[in-house]
Design a protein around this ligand. Sequence first.
Ligand SMILES: [Zn+2]
Length: 91
Amino acid sequence: MSASRKVAESMDKKGKHMKCNIKGCPGVYDEKKITHTVKSRGSVVVIDHVPALICDVCGDSLLRLETVRHIEGIVKAKAEPSQTVPLYEYA
Ligand SMILES: [Zn+2]
């Protein structure tokens, strides 16, 4: 699988009000639930309500390492999705 989002590897335990990684951005990260999309074996997997850190100014998003591991576990387990969505190609 490939995760397109950056991973917050060296984050403090709470991860609250950590300064934004983007150069020149004055924002801080705030924890929010996002819809995360990963590709696994050629199929797209969409996981809803993933806890992520979102910059309140530029919208940059970070996932904690533990969150990424958890997502990998979900994808590997290949559990039946709770819902399915149509996926359209922008092309
Ligand atoms: Zn920012």
